[in-house]
Design a protein around this ligand. Structure first.
Ligand SMILES: *Cc1c(COP(=O)(O)O)cnc(C)c1O
Length: 348
């Protein structure tokens, strides 16, 4: 879908903590540029001999700039002071390797997270080009993550225009216009000008087969590549409803439980420390009632669950990220059980 339009994919591995097994699958299937928000994950992939071009997609912390230059080829940035530190470390390193650290300058276009304001473009570019250890290779923007701002022709057009203006003002032809993430899927499918951008940064749509804006399934992709499995540690018939004189729960909230009378309640050995309980969907007919740090509470309905049963869940992005981050969740990799979903081959 993207390649014929001249748009390359930066595979974003942060949801799987840069798991080398997963990164290798991406690279073997043609995604040779990988991005992660944590330099530790990039280091893990590099040390596991994943051969890719690596981009740090969160603006570096000043205190980690030395390791960013060491492990990442490129980073997304929005602060001249940080870029200056990157340049300093790259220069010192360059005495051995002779290459500059590449910078993609992020622009704020409505999501209210990272990026320079468009009015600061000229001054910031001027500052970057004066630094000997770094090379400005592109502009980028991130939408749909914090404020939920949409990816539109207008936003992508502004980014492309800014790139042209850098070329005209500084004689600098930028290679990369890094426009969208998985929330830009709809825009890409409906726009007549996908070529406004030439790079898209994708995590969720690759791993979970969904676009981010509406959570819609992307035709031809699997949504169950990841399965969360948890074990029943208690199963009893119990009343379920608001406690008398209820105070705050373990996380400081008023529980406000719904009165269900007597239910078959299942407790699973997994909790908020390991998963976002709002981001999981059981694959059997049970209902998630809530969770504390270490327990997940289910209404087991009339299923045949018992102590020791395993319950499988589909995960949304938040749940995938947290489960992958929990040292208490074992990660196992199994070969694909089914053939590729060729029955819905995408047509451009
Ligand atoms: C997380 C992230 C992405 C990837 O987002 P998905 O919705 O998973 O595709 C892209 N760019 C930046 C800057 C990010 O932080």
């Amino acid at each position: 879908m993207y390649e014929p339009q001249g748009v390359s994919i930066l595979g974003v591995t942060k949801a799987v903590l840069g798991a080398p097994r997963v990164a290798r699958v991406l690279v073997e299937n043609g995604i040779t540029a990988l991005g992660d928000s944590r330099i530790e994950n990039i280091r893990t992939m590099r040390e596991s001999r994943i051969r890719a071009d690596f981009t740090l997609i969160r603006s570096p912390m000043p205190s980690e700039t030395q390791s960013v230059v060491e492990w990442a080829d490129t980073s997304l940035n929005s602060e001249l002071d940080v870029i200056s530190l990157l340049s300093h470390h790259a220069e010192r390193r360059g005495k051995r390797r002779g290459d500059r650290h590449k910078i993609i300058l992020m622009v704020e276009l409505g999501d209210m997270r990272e990026g320079i304001m468009p009015s600061e473009l000229g001054a910031t570019v001027e500052g970057i080009v004066a630094l000997p250890g770094v090379e400005l290779v592109g502009l980028g923007t991130n939408l749909g993550c914090f404020a939920g701002a949409p990816t539109t022709d207008c936003a992508m057009g502004r980014l492309a225009e800014m790139s042209t203006s850098v070329r005209d003002t500084f004689g600098l032809a930028l290679e990369v216009v890094s426009g969208a993430n998985s929330s830009g899927f709809e825009w890409f499918g409906s726009t007549r000008s996908p070529q406004l951008i030439n790079q898209i940064r994708l995590g969720e749509s690759i791993f979970l087969g969904r676009e981010t804006r509406q959570g819609n399934k992307i035709p031809g992709l699997f949504t169950d590549a990841f399965t969360l499995v948890a074990e029943v540690i208690e199963l009893k018939r119990k009343p379920h409803g608001p406690a008398k004189n209820a105070g705050r729960d373990a996380f400081g909230r008023i529980a406000g439980l719904e009165d269900r009378g007597t239910i078959r309640q299942a407790l699973l050995g997994i909790g908020k420390q390991d998963v976002d309980p709002g981001g999981i969907t059981p694959r059997i007919h049970v209902e998630v009632l809530g969770a504390t740090s270490d327990h997940l509470v289910l209404d087991a309905g009339d299923t045949r669950l018992d102590v020791g049963s395993e319950v499988e869940f589909d995960v949304a992005y938040s749940a995938l990220l947290r489960s992958m981050s929990s040292p208490y969740v074992d990660k196992t990799y199994t070969p694909a059980a089914r053939e590729d979903p060729g029955r819905h081959v995408l047509t451009p």
